[in-house]
Write a protein that binds this ligand. Structure first.
Ligand code: PLP
Length: 464
């Protein structure tokens, strides 16, 4: 028989677990001192790993020791207070602990029957959020956690394709999204069999919002050409600048042609938890599906994307296959939700635990405070940019992303980006719009305090 598997006993797990939690707590404590962006070169991390997998088990403390030696130098610290790149990808203590519990339970939530609590907690916390974010009534009871906004958008496309006639209708289907829509829209369409030349990029206003009149024009043109407009993606908070598409007009146009409106609010959507930000929900009552990512700004570690659909039948009919081996009385009774029919994979983790722990730990007011701090600091930074004659804003500050550039042009702007990132104190990313390079300061990291924004601004001014 040879060696026995060295399963950790509950007591050994307890001891190793304490060490692992200590390691994470120590990491959290020194996040502010670490250079934000990893300076690893390609191959650096692999060069520190043994060529062959370990033949015999090692002591857990040796594994932990290698976390610091091998892994940390190759980590960009997304939770660092000086992380202002991309959009934030919040983690938090309660969320990390929920992931631990979820892994410890190791439950599969593919159907209600395989884990009733996995399904029902998910339904419940998504309804809590729908109510607290004042999402339209039709989305309540119709939420599901996906791994990402990309998967949510893919599911929306698949549901829309089903409603438009399914695979048989494929050759005629046309989709629409603004020029500023996230690449996941094009990817979802491609996966669903709609090639890039049947996705119409719709022009935007100077504020990078979709032009509903252009949308209507393109849809009518396609209709007249005998094509079937079936899917429109509207974005609330575009990736480059947090531009806000006019969802009311967009959904009105789409619904007139029986096209599905999907609203991608991956980052900005979270802000609607604050009543004063509810303008972000305008038009949702006419939309068919909606996604926002708690794993971006709601203190819930990746992965956790909240996807809501008004007509769940289109989604489940598109994705449901019931082989004999998955049949069970609960599913057959029609009284339960089987989330395997709401997503592409069969299996699913217990991700709702993260939202539950986070909601209970922070409470709604704590979460609102988290968001409001970032909104306020973004407004302040916007004012600082406006009052420095060397800079100009590149887009309105709608939530917590501030976009600006050096008036001297791309070289001057890029120089600032490099200097900031090389400092190790902060990490920014840029984007290009109309040939102009733009700095993006995306505020959203849990450890960020106002003085970190001041430090960043002082740094930018000193290298400008
Ligand atoms: N949609 C928008 C507007 C985004 O900004 C992003 C990522 O930043 C995505 C979709 C993709 O998110 P995910 O990584 O959850 O697929």
């Amino acid at each position: 028989m040879g060696e026995r598997p060295n399963h950790m006993s509950p007591e050994e797990f307890r001891q190793a677990g304490y060490q692992a939690v200590d390691w994470v707590a120590d990491y959290m404590a020194r996040l502010g001192d670490l250079p934000v962006k990893s300076s690893a070169h390609p191959g650096d991390v692999r060069a520190m790993l043994p060529a062959e997998a370990p033949k015999h088990g090692e002591d857990f403390s040796e594994v932990l020791a290698d976390l610091g030696r091998v892994i940390l130098p190759g980590i960009t610290h997304w939770q660092a207070p000086g992380f202002f790149a991309y959009f934030s990808a919040n983690a938090s203590g309660p969320s990390a602990l929920a992931d631990l519990v979820s892994s410890g339970l190791g439950a599969q939530g593919m159907m209600w029957d395989t884990g009733p609590a996995v399904t029902e907690l998910e339904q419940h916390v998504l309804d809590w959020l729908a109510v607290e974010m004042d999402l339209p009534e039709k989305f309540r009871g119709n939420g599901v956690i996906q791994d990402s906004a990309s998967s949510s958008t893919l599911c929306a496309v698949l549901a829309a394709r089903h409603r438009a006639g399914g695979i048989n209708a494929l050759p005629n289907l046309v989709a629409y999204a603004s020029e500023q829509a996230h690449s996941s829209v094009e990817k979802g369409l491609r996966v669903a069999g709609i090639p890039a030349d049947r996705m119409r990029p719709i022009a935007t206003t100077p504020d990078y919002a979709m032009r509903a009149d252009h949308l209507a024009y393109e849809i009518v043109k396609d209709k007249n050409d005998g094509l079937t407009p079936f899917f429109v993606a509207a974005t609330v908070g575009t990736t480059a600048t947090t531009g806000i598409d006019p969802v009311t007009e967009v959904a009105w146009v789409a619904s007139n042609f029986d096209a599905w409106t999907h609203v991608d609010a991956a980052f900005a959507g979270t802000a609607a938890l604050c009543p004063e930000m509810r303008f972000l929900n305008a038009g949702l009552e006419t939309a068919d599906s909606y996604v926002f990512n708690p794993h971006k700004w709601l203190l819930t570690s990746f992965d956790c994307s909240a996807f809501y659909v008004a007509d769940r039948a289109s989604l489940t009919e598109a994705l449901s296959i019931a082989p004999e081996y998955l049949r069970n009385p609960a599913s057959e009774s029609g009284t339960v939700v089987d989330y395997r029919d709401w997503q592409v994979p069969l299996g699913r983790r217990f991700r709702a635990l993260k939202l539950w722990f986070v909601l209970r730990h922070y409470g709604l007011e704590g979460l609102r405070a988290h968001i409001r701090r970032h909104l306020a600091w973004a407004r302040e930074l916007t004012e600082w940019v406006e009052s420095d004659h060397r800079f100009e804003l590149a887009a309105p500050t709608v939530v917590s992303l501030v976009c600006f550039r050096h008036k001297d042009g791309n070289k001057a702007t890029s120089r600032i980006l490099e200097a900031v990132n090389q400092s190790g104190r902060a990490y920014l990313t840029s984007t290009a719009l109309g040939g102009q390079i733009i700095l993006r300061v995306a505020i959203g990291s849990p450890q960020t305090e106002r003085h970190h924004i001041e430090d960043l601004w002082n740094l930018i001014q000193s290298v400008a």
